[in-house]
Ligand binder design. Structure first.
Ligand code: ZN
Length: 449
């Protein structure tokens, strides 16, 4: 990880951090009441539809698993003291542990205990979703100092028919293309890897609801892997309208922004995110697609092949606190949450404005003066730049070049190019020409089944 960035925290960053603090203690998993409780809190902030998919439902090559719930768990020593206590930290229980009640020696218990020697004070996060087993996680310091004793082991959990729960929030747009944003809701007390994405998604929905976006924005709050597989299997009929997508994760740590490109690699979303990151004047890293990581693995599987990238700060596994008790409320900071939110928002704005236009008077320059177009910008301090933007837009609005193309070619900001285009559109010098443009070119290369 490179040098930590610095940023100023504003009210929104602090609000995001407060929400993460509220969600942090809940014991989430890929199914169960922890997810329901989490989505219930999200529902207090945005209109969210909660879906329940019954255990046993086939979803492509997978099956929705039985539902896991847990009430209590501990390891007690012979004096009756809880030496490992789920109530103190839910990471202490291996997620999806099957129920157990037994008394055993340290040697018998040891195969069920997990620690991370590289960070002896941290408790690791472990799961056993698809294996019929149980276990406890603890700091290596505690593990190596556990005395021989008779230990009472108790996990009050259930694995039973139930459902997989996920949430969906659709902000209807005026056009016909969709933007998919996904975040996962399956990790227990882990702040950056999980809760930071939820906090950002909520803020983005709230902003979008105050506007009339062109795209329809589809936010999904899903358990990792099985959640995206389930959503894709149940929504195959909706995939054809998805034009762009982002997985939102790890948005609160101090590392620079990273963008993992979609499988398509040069889709419009890939170009827009790269343009936005390059324009922010802060360090960032672009990563090529690989079939590992977060739910982009499913969105970018070959039979789905949606243009979905992953926009994050530090990627999974590259910050030492990853999947440990140190991914907590201190690791995620309001200033970085807010900065990540603004990056997503800028990406949305560029996607919203990234249209193609066609010049309706392409033979020589149209006379801007007689249409009052010089007057319209004359008094502004950036009048020269805006005039240049009009000339660029008029010249390259041939149906082939998007706002982003013209911005990159001219060196002018995409927002300035878009404003110029809208002004020219209002003066009947341009027409919108979105069809046959970049989006459909990219989609021809890999449209969903
Ligand atoms: Zn994770």
């Amino acid at each position: 990880m490179s040098m930590p960035e610095t940023a100023e925290a504003g009210d929104i960053g602090r609000e995001m951090h407060r929400l993460i603090g509220e969600l942090y203690p809940i014991c989430r998993s890929i199914t169960g009441d922890g997810v329901r409780q989490t989505l219930g809190i999200v529902q207090r902030h945005i209109p969210l539809t909660v879906h329940e998919v019954p255990s046993g439902t086939p979803v492509f090559d997978w099956t929705v698993p039985p539902e896991w719930n847990i009430r209590d768990a501990y390891v007690k020593n012979s004096r009756g003291e809880r030496v490992i206590d789920f109530q103190a930290l839910n990471l202490h229980v291996v997620n999806y542990s099957r129920p157990v009640r037994a008394t055993m020696s340290l040697d018998e218990l040891r195969p069920h205990l997990f620690s991370e020697p590289a960070h002896p004070d941290w408790v690791p996060y472990r799961t056993t979703y698809y294996q019929d087993s149980w276990g406890f996680c603890l700091s290596d310091r505690q593990l190596t100092s556990l005395p021989d004793d008779r230990y009472e082991v108790f996990i009050d959990s259930t694995v039973a028919d139930g459902s997989l729960t996920y949430g969906e929030c659709v902000v209807q747009g005026s056009g016909d293309g969709d933007i998919l944003v996904s975040c996962h809701v399956c990790h227990p007390s882990l702040a950056n890897d999980n809760l930071s994405g939820i906090a950002a998604a909520i803020q983005l929905v709230r902003r979008l609801l105050e506007r009339q976006p062109r795209h329809t924005f589809r936010f999904i709050f899903i358990p990792g892997t099985i959640g995206s597989i389930t959503w894709l299997a149940l929504n195959e009929d909706k995939l054809a309208t998805i034009r762009h997508g982002l997985v939102a994760v790890n948005l609160g740590d101090s590392g620079p922004m990273h963008y993992k490109k979609s499988r398509q690699g040069a889709a419009e979303i890939d170009q827009v995110v790269e343009y936005v990151l390059a324009g922010q004047g802060r360090p960032y890293t672009l990563l090529e697609f690989e079939p590992y990581g977060y739910d982009e693995r499913q969105f970018c599987s070959p039979g789905i092949n949606l243009p979905v990238g992953c926009l994050m700060r530090t990627p999974h596994g590259r910050f030492p606190e990853y999947h440990t008790s140190a991914d907590n409320l201190d690791l995620v900071q309001p200033a970085f949450l807010e900065q990540s939110l603004e990056t997503f928002w800028t990406v949305f704005q560029v996607l919203e404005s990234n249209r193609r236009y066609v010049n309706l008077l392409p033979k020589c320059e149209p006379q801007l003066g007689k249409r009052g177009l010089y007057d319209a910008i004359g008094g502004r301090s950036d009048a020269k730049q805006r005039q240049m933007a009009m000339l660029w837009v008029l010249n390259f609005s041939d149906g082939d070049h998007s706002v982003l193309d013209i911005a990159r070619r001219s060196g002018l900001d995409a927002a300035v190019i878009s404003d110029a285009a809208v002004t020219l559109l209002e003066h009947d010098l341009l027409a919108v020409c979105d069809d046959g443009g970049l989006t459909s070119t990219v989609r021809r290369g890999g449209s969903p089944a």
